[in-house]
Design a protein around this ligand. Structure first.
Ligand SMILES: Cc1cc2nc3c(=O)[nH]c(=O)nc-3n(C[C@H](O)[C@H](O)[C@H](O)COP(=O)(O)OP(=O)(O)OC[C@H]3O[C@@H](n4cnc5c(N)ncnc54)[C@H](O)[C@@H]3O)c2cc1C
Ligand code: SF4
Length: 571
């Protein structure tokens, strides 16, 4: 039952509501409050305040009860989240546990979530690349999905805008397939990474190994210091939350900035059940929330609503927002809401050794993670039997090697005097998957969660295109490694379920045509002009670049448009 306390309706009315406080919701809040809108930010999880709520951030390895590992009982109780590489004792408190928030896997899908203020922005690996016209033109060129309603030029100024505030390290590499941005100094490649970069440059005209671009303050500007953030100390404990604000998160950057404006009301413990649509007014008037502590249902009202609950949950909220006008979910005239979801394919890896550069090792840590090989397949022309392409990570390091030879004192000597082994090199594939109608999310007809919201049913899988792409990645990287003189080259595939890449996208895709898409070129629901969706749900296709920077840029762009339309009286 909705709370009908008429006296408090005024207190529950805002200019804008933002659903979700993670990577994209933080930007929506910052932009809307910065433009003077009294904004309510609703977050289903608990509050996490920058610095204060990072309980492990300054702990030494030996201070963890299990030295950082998760106890077997916890691993067994959480088979899904346990597959995420960052689910360890130092950051487990920022991950959703399997049993607490169930969903239905029509096909296996590893749904990795962070339900708290800051969402997954606390946990991300901070890799940030712009998308290029090859990505925005891709569907139209290759004939998959539908045409994006925007091109690179539409979003380029907004990339610059968010990069300057967030702080992105990188080099200007001058590549058409990976546009340059507003960079802080890049973290340098180590000697073997540099060697491979030079080798690839000399051998291939269209392949490059560059310093990974990353949301770290390698050298902060005044705008970062104004946020209360400081230079990255290169500790690589980022997933614990960084007390220096060395990497970008909603907690360290956008949310405190929005709070400083005096225009933000942050309400944690608030599960958004649905968006309220008024059939007579022909617009959304607010959102229905279930307080997770009291289980009370409360309605909040606003002129505009930004949906930023992360791709799958945004689909869930929209599908659950039914009315006389929209019996199948808000704005779902086309029937495509929840369909054409896709993800990235990170399931192939390469490793090898390099016998050279024995006189060098590494010193310090590189929070950017080393090198990045931008997509080189099917960029300037279609050259393979699969659509689209893959980017790759690349890094090199030297491990200490302990000698186990000898007996008695010679064994002891060998054990204490460990030596450096050869350089190990590694790469992982980051492939684009194709959004298909058969890949969908829907509401389960019977099962509901603790707050009366239907469980999400997820159904998507790899296909033949992914298999061909994976094979090509292994062949091409093997060739590149061989020609660089690397030895002991091994390829592996981990047969993971979709989802573990944590780049799920689509379901409420953007498009020109309301008959085949949910959102227009401003991320505005075609049929409900005061609702904007700017997280991964809006993505028409997935590119192979990491997606979060694009969500941020789209959010800032949409917020600017929404406020100008409000001022013109169009919303
Ligand atoms: C380990 C890891 C590594 C990653 N590495 C990278 C990377 O290198 N580069 C990259 O680009 N991306 C990376 N990602 C992905 C990145 O974190 C996400 O793309 C990004 O956080 C998505 O932003 P978002 O705003 O859509 O969602 P989130 O940041 O997840 O925020 C969504 C928020 O909405 C809240 N919410 C959900 N449902 C409701 C509801 N019904 N009512 C109220 N609130 C709700 C959630 O609790 C959450 O706080 C990584 C993620 C993880 C976990
Ligand atoms: S590497 Fe930088 S951002 Fe990460 S924890 Fe260390 S100081 Fe913070």
């Amino acid at each position: 039952m909705a709370n009908l306390n008429i006296d408090s309706v005024k207190d529950r009315t805002f200019d804008a509501i933002v659903i979700g406080s993670g990577m994209s919701g933080g930007w929506a809040a910052k932009e809307l409050t910065g433009k003077g809108l009294k904004t309510l930010m609703l977050e289903r999880g608990r509050d996490v305040k920058h610095i204060k709520d990072y309980p492990t951030t300054n702990m030494y390895p030996w201070e963890f009860e299990h030295r950082g590992e998760m106890p077997m009982a916890v691993q067994e109780a959480n088979p899904i989240v346990n597959r995420c590489y960052a689910f360890h004792e130092d950051a487990a408190h920022f991950f959703v546990k399997d049993k607490e928030h169930p969903y239905v896997q029509d096909k296996p899908f590893d749904w990795i979530r962070g339900y708290q203020v800051g969402g997954k922005s606390l946990l991300w690996a901070r890799q940030t690349q712009r998308w290029s016209d090859f990505d925005f033109e891709g569907p139209a060129r290759d004939g998959f999905a539908v045409d994006w309603p925007i091109r690179y030029k539409d979003i380029a100024p907004w990339y610059s805008y968010v990069e300057k505030f967030a702080g992105i390290s990188g080099n200007k590499d001058g590549l058409a397939e990976l546009p340059d941005g507003e960079f802080l100094p890049a973290f340098p490649l180590n000697s073997v990474e540099q060697y491979f970069s030079k080798h690839v440059k000399s051998k291939y005209s269209n392949r490059h190994v560059i310093s990974a671009r990353c949301a770290h303050l390698s050298k902060p500007n005044q705008i970062h210091l104004d946020q209360g953030r400081a230079q990255c100390q290169e500790r690589i404990l980022c997933q614990r939350g960084c007390p220096f604000g060395g990497y970008f998160s909603a907690n360290s950057s956008t949310i405190p900035w929005a709070l400083k404006s005096g225009n933000l009301t942050l309400r944690p413990f608030s599960v958004v059940h649905s968006i309220i649509y008024d059939d007579k007014l022909g617009k959304a008037t607010g959102v229905r929330v279930v307080d997770t502590n009291t289980k009370e249902t409360i309605d909040y009202f606003a002129r505009i609503i930004f949906v930023n609950a992360a791709a799958m949950n945004t689909n869930l909220v929209l599908l659950n927002s039914t009315s006389h006008r929209f019996p199948n979910g808000l704005g779902n005239d086309s029937g495509v809401l929840g369909k054409y979801v896709a993800f990235h394919n990170y399931s192939a890896h390469m490793s090898a050794e390099y016998d050279g550069f024995k006189e060098w090792t590494t010193d310090g840590r590189n929070p950017a993670g080393g090198g990045y090989i931008p997509r080189f397949r099917n960029v300037f022309k279609q050259e393979t039997d699969f659509l689209r392409g893959y980017a790759s990570g690349f890094s090199a390091y030297r491990r200490r090697q302990r000698g186990w030879d000898g007996i008695g004192s010679s064994l002891k000597d060998n054990l204490v005097n460990d030596d450096l082994g050869p350089w190990s090199v590694g790469s992982h594939m980051m492939g684009e998957t194709i959004p298909k109608e058969a890949s969908y999310v829907a509401l389960d007809a019977k099962l509901k969660d603790d707050w009366g919201v239907p469980l999400l049913k997820i159904s998507m899988d790899y296909d033949d295109n992914d298999e061909k792409m994976k094979k090509d990645y292994i062949e091409q990287l093997t060739e590149m490694f061989t020609s660089a003189g690397f030895t002991n080259i091994q390829a592996s595939s981990d047969h993971r379920a979709p989802g573990l890449d944590i780049h799920e996208m689509g379901g409420a895709r953007m498009g020109h045509d309301p008959k085949t898409s949910v959102l227009n070129k401003w991320n505005q629901v075609h049929a409900v002009n005061n609702v904007f969706v700017t997280d991964g749900a809006c993505m028409t296709s997935t590119s192979c670049q990491n997606p979060s920077l694009t969500y941020m840029a789209l959010t800032a762009r949409a917020a600017d448009y929404a406020v100008s339309e409000m001022k013109k009286g169009n919303i």
